[in-house]
Write a protein that binds this ligand. Structure first.
Ligand code: NAP
Ligand code: GCO
Length: 265
């Protein structure tokens, strides 16, 4: 049956940074398609809250405290998953941060921290799971890119550099490991209502919408912010056999922002 191609029954999916936000929604989607969910974050309280939230949704998700920038922690986490749950069939590199600072005011250490989490960590995570995927004869790696994989804007130099690099890392993993039936693609959310973008949507003291909120609605043909749920269908597609001949692609889930000059205000 054609729709069987979208089934993830019997698959193990590791979603980084999936305590809340986009990662949590994508993990729910992968679970609903049949995958066994494993996730990580850095904060013990977030981990406990997430475990509870998954259980409330009937999802038996296994959580790990693991900083994705620390290769020894990542190797230990992946080794434990492989031993206790199974080989990671699907890796979603979702964990990420942003720092919004004018570039000439940004400290080099702040720039490095963003690149470390948003670009180096996906490299570390992919390096940890690919050997077993090669032995198993298949694998899916999905890197969470961004509008900033294509566009710049004021104050997000480190994030744009990292997410632009992540697009090219995606293509390179596809190029280097496609021969082992491993597909590596990006998913590029537009502007999504999560804690990460909360400062851009904060209602002003006079009760008016944040200027950036109005700006994004004017730049989006869908005339709305995305929600994490908008990523659920696309991530199932990229994680499933339905995308076995899609490799090195970034699937933008942006309501049309990248196709649109923006509404004349
Ligand atoms: P978020 O709400 O800030 O959540 C980020 C997640 O990443 C949290 O679970 C956080 O866990 C985890 N994390 C951060 N650094 C980590 C580290 N070093 N090790 C392990 N976990 C770490 O972000 P979001 O909006 O859901 O975004 C998720 C991804 O989508 C990010 O890569 C972001 O760049 C990307 N994205 C977001 C948007 C958007 O509009 N929201 C659009 C395009 C792309 P802790 O809290 O425990 O640190
Ligand atoms: C920003 C936003 C964006 C979004 C996202 C867009 O400050 O411009 O945080 O970077 O998070 O990456 O795709």
């Amino acid at each position: 049956m054609m729709m069987d191609q979208f089934s993830l029954q019997g698959k193990v999916a590791l979603v980084t940074g999936a305590a809340y936000g986009i990662g949590f929604a994508m993990a729910q989607a992968l679970s609903q398609a049949g995958a066994r969910i494993v996730f990580n974050c850095r904060n013990e309280e977030h981990l406990e809250q997430a475990q509870k939230a998954y259980q409330e949704r009937g999802i038996d998700a296994r959580g790990f405290l693991c900083d994705v920038t620390e290769e020894d922690q990542v190797q230990h986490m992946v080794g434990t998953i492989e031993k206790e749950i199974g080989i990671v069939d699907i890796l979603v590199n979702n964990a990420g941060i942003i720092k919004r600072i004018p570039m000439i005011q940004m400290k080099a250490e702040e720039f490095r921290q963003v690149v470390d989490i948003d670009l180096t960590a996906p490299f570390i995570m992919a390096k940890a799971v690919i050997p077993a995927m090669m032995r198993k004869g298949h694998g899916k790696i999905i890197n969470v890119c961004s509008m900033m994989s294509e566009l710049g804007r004021e104050t997000v130099s480190a994030y744009a550099a990292a997410k632009g690099g992540l697009k090219m890392l995606t293509k390179n993993i596809a190029a280097e490991y496609g021969v082992y039936n491993i597909q590596c693609n990006g998913i590029g959310p537009g502007y999504i209502a999560t804690p990460q973008t909360a400062p851009l949507r904060a209602v002003q003291q006079d009760g008016t919408p944040h200027p950036f909120d109005r700006f994004i609605i004017g730049r989006t043909p869908a005339a709305r912010w995305g929600t994490p749920d908008d990523l659920m269908g696309p991530v199932i597609f990229l994680a499933s056999d339905a995308s076995n001949f899609v490799n090195g692609h970034v699937l933008y889930v942006d309501g049309g922002i990248l196709a649109y000059l923006g509404k004349q205000s």
